[in-house]
Design a protein around this ligand. Structure first.
Ligand code: TMP
Length: 265
């Protein structure tokens, strides 16, 4: 498989396909592949709050790689092929479904606010919510009725996404529990992957402390992007702690000093 052999294209000559708030997508070395580049930008409240936190992209690249590689290994289909360097991974090009799928195990964030449930309350069962990906509208919550009526997705694809979301939630809950972290909730995205004439729904985008709520089991300390959203400080230290507990970074590896990689061209 040719795309498994890297063909390095200098950054400046790569075609940029899409730039989001925390990532950039470049064309990949082979058709049907893309390069996903993790930036250091942290945003919240639909980018009204914005900061650059040096080293965040490196940590998210590594943590997301770890999660996606494990999902691939247990047979949950994803867009992930492999990590290329400190900030980039090779992924399959998919057609992103314009929905954010949020799975919640414990009340927090917008659910706690909207329904007046105290943060930290264990939910009677895992709850799946959908948000329409649209920055202008601030990603509003939508129901399956909206999704099918407006043609963003079919009932069959919604079922597929919910089945994937439950598998990802079970996997992540166990993974984090094993390292003393409670998976409170997380957001994931799905894409349509075309292989010849066959299409399947796969997990796409990233899964990292930017898109999860992770609380230390013992202290309830937040080890996720709420440190930035709520001005708690210590974001890099928290993400580094997650990486260390997962065994991704050695105890002594510093989170800093991992700037852009120079590629000779
Ligand atoms: P919420 O409680 O603010 O609705 O967030 C639910 C989960 O989704 C939480 O783990 C953070 C994540 N999330 C994102 O990844 N991106 C977003 O834009 C928002 C609002 C939440």
């Amino acid at each position: 498989m040719d795309f498994l052999k890297p063909r390095y294209i200098p950054m400046s000559r790569r075609r940029r396909i899409y730039e989001g708030k925390a990532k950039v997508l470049y064309e990949g070395p082979e058709p049907g592949t893309l390069i996903q580049h993790f930036k250091d930008d942290a945003t919240a409240f639909n980018a009204k709050k914005h900061e650059v936190i040096e080293g965040k992209g490196v940590l998210n690249n590594r943590i997301s790689e770890y999660v996606f590689q494990n999902l691939n290994d247990i047979g949950v289909p994803t867009h992930f092929i492999r990590r290329l360097n400190m900030r980039e991974q090779l992924i399959r090009e998919v057609e992103i479904i314009p929905l954010e799928i949020v799975v919640r195990n414990v009340a927090a964030g917008s659910l706690a606010t909207r329904l007046g449930i105290e943060e930290g309350t264990q939910l009677p069962r895992s709850i799946i919510e959908f948000y329409y990906k649209n920055d202008k509208l601030g990603d509003p919550m939508v129901s399956e009725e909206h999704i099918t009526a407006f043609g963003w997705d079919t009932p069959q694809e919604i079922d597929d996404m919910m089945a994937l979301a439950i598998r990802v939630n079970d996997f992540l809950s166990g993974l984090f529990l094993g390292v003393g972290i409670r998976l409170v909730d997380f957001k994931m995205e799905c894409g349509r992957l075309w292989e010849n004439d066959v299409m399947r729904i796969v997990v796409a985008d990233e899964i990292s402390p930017d898109s999860c709520r992770l609380w230390d089991i013992k202290s309830n300390e937040k080890l996720d992007k709420d440190r930035f959203r709520r001005d708690l400080g210590g974001l890099l230290e928290a993400y580094t702690e997650v990486a260390k507990r997962l065994g991704i970074m050695s105890e002594n590896e510093p989170p800093r000093g991992a700037g852009p990689v120079l590629v000779k061209g």
